[in-house]
Ligand binder design. Structure first.
Ligand code: SAM
Length: 242
């Protein structure tokens, strides 16, 4: 897979591309990254890539021409073009899993107050990473690139993503590592029991607890069986006592 990022601040990606799993994915040749500076496509003698907004209002708007020319430079028939913007579909784990199937993703990072809407004629999808406004699309593009990269075959341990938050519609259960007691805090006994079935049951219940606590709306979107419902009843009573 190849991920191309169009930005006026490609230098922001240096640390991102050179650290941890993203670096390994790159060095193993599993994911190729390409950074393209939109500004180098400006036809303005001062290399400007923004202008005032028609209709007035505060802030500048990303020009159509440099973005579309940069896109034309990198795009192939296999490319899937994504614009990062608050006014877009909310990016979720399910979409990350679908995006990893593309051979080539192009992520466009907006800036200023936004971009000339006509750029969207060249875009397949608009993604928002959350209900807040960032100064530019770079961090948003890193979020998408990271979430997709770690799902690419061979990038991380095979079974690791299956168990994670959102993969089965729930948040992940709590995790613990050594030592089993620290500062008087102990690891739940069942995790030390070696009893796989009991551990799985405990994890399911705690996964439901986290989801109930932090993201209750997710519980409405998944099929809960009888045991899950029983766990939830217990959780409500247990949490009431706390
Ligand atoms: N005026 C725009 C609005 O209200 O929707 C916000 C523009 S924001 C200051 C500049 C750029 O940052 C956007 O064009 C987009 O590329 C990026 N951006 C900001 N927040 C984002 C988010 N939550 N998700 C994805 N991209 C975002």
């Amino acid at each position: 897979m190849k991920i191309t990022i169009l930005s006026i601040f490609p230098e922001m990606f240096a640390g991102f591309l050179d650290t941890s799993i993203i670096k390994k994915a790159r060095l193993k040749g599993l994911v190729e990254y390409e950074l393209v500076d939109i500004r180098s496509f400006s036809k303005d003698k001062h290399n400007r890539v923004d202008d005032y907004s028609f209709g007035g209002g505060a802030g500048m708007v990303f020009l159509y021409q440099p973005v579309v020319d940069a896109l034309a430079f990198v795009k192939t028939p296999k490319s899937h073009v994504i614009m990062m913007a608050p006014a877009g579909y909310l990016f979720k784990q399910k979409r990350a899993r679908e995006l990893k199937e593309y051979e080539h993703l192009i992520l466009i990072c907006g800036h200023y107050e936004g971009f000339d809407e006509r750029i969207l004629q060249h875009v397949d999808e608009v993604l928002c990473i959350g209900d807040y406004v960032l100064t530019g699309g770079e961090l948003a593009a890193m979020v998408v690139a990271d979430a997709v990269t770690r799902l690419v075959d061979g990038v991380i341990a095979e079974d690791s993503p299956q168990e994670e938050s959102f993969e089965n519609g729930l948040l992940e259960y709590p995790q613990y590592t050594r030592p089993d007691t620290i500062d008087g805090f102990t690891v739940p006994e069942v995790l030390l029991s070696g009893h796989h079935e009991k551990i799985a049951q405990w994890r399911r219940k705690e996964s439901l607890r986290k989801t109930w606590k932090y993201r209750p709306e997710l519980l409405e979107k998944i099929d809960l069986d009888k045991k899950d419902r029983q766990y939830l009843e217990e959780i409500v009573l247990e949490e009431d006592k706390v």
